[in-house]
Design a protein around this ligand. Sequence first.
Ligand code: COA
Ligand code: MG
Length: 309
Amino acid sequence: MIALVLARRSMQKSAMRKTFRPRRSVLYVPASNAKALAKIASLDADAVIFDLEDAVAPQAKDDAREALRNYFRANPASKAERIIRINALASEWGAEDLLAARACKPDAILLPKVETPQDVTGVTEILEETDASENIRLWAMIETPRGILNADEIAELGLRSTGRLDCFVVGTNDIAKETGVSTDGNRAYLVPWLMQIVLCAKAGKLDVIDGVYNDFADAAGFTLECDQGSRMGFDGKTLIHPAQIGAANHAFSPDKAALAAARSIIEAFSLPENADKGAIALNGKMIERLHLANAEKMMAKAQMTGDKA
Ligand code: COA
Ligand code: MG
């Protein structure tokens, strides 16, 4: 009986496991900018966030929504994952944005300034009640002091088999605005909050995308911040300009040495003499089966993004 219950639970868990999508480079495109919209097809970003919120002036909201509808009508499919950022439901534009976003059938809708689990479940309920496709997922911006403090509870929604929450996006500009924290000096004062958000996201089995780097002409500074984000455990970085895509794709892909190490771990555990071992020695280091799982995950990701050892 116990075995049966455990087997059922494990099946439920694996059904919950989401399919991997590379999210190394996540480019914001203001829905009000026709030239930028036209440029998307030629870009190599893993994901695009069509923005109706911060990047669109209040007087341009209606036109931006219309431009978005036209864009999705003209471009029903895309290689990049497509996300629409709407204004907060409580704002004067929120309801119309949600309606328009739902009709566009994007991969996900990004909710700004999420502060409580109810900010997400409220939208989930509307999507369920209006029979929106299961394929429309939700992403949440963590970008306010309250949102950071509640990130743990919000991320728990990622563990619900019926939930739609897939990803956190950090809004560093809003965090700086709300708190007065400096983002200078390698983000020294911001890093503790960022690490907290990463930890919460991982506990909820969510992906988590780092904030933007505003100075898009500073390629060297951008590369440093990408490397920092990658080492902190972020899955990718949000971008504001096409010039940032290549460096982000590079920084959030495993390098050749890491891929070679992963391959040798997989090979070592596949040897008949190691079949029943939990830990082995490889090149003078202890390797456990948890390293094997990580190595397999890395190789699977590399296969999807075309990275080779
Ligand atoms: N997405 C797609 N294309 C973009 C783009 C973006 N985010 N930013 C710039 N481009 C395009 C431009 O349209 C231009 O296209 P072209 O080659 O056809 O002329 C090309 O890339 C070069 O752009 P550039 O002239 O260097 O920049 P710009 O002055 O046109 O735009 C910004 C600068 C900052 C206004 C613009 O990059 C932008 O709006 N970024 C996103 C801002 C945003 O969404 N903020 C909210 C989240 S923080
Ligand atoms: Mg914002």
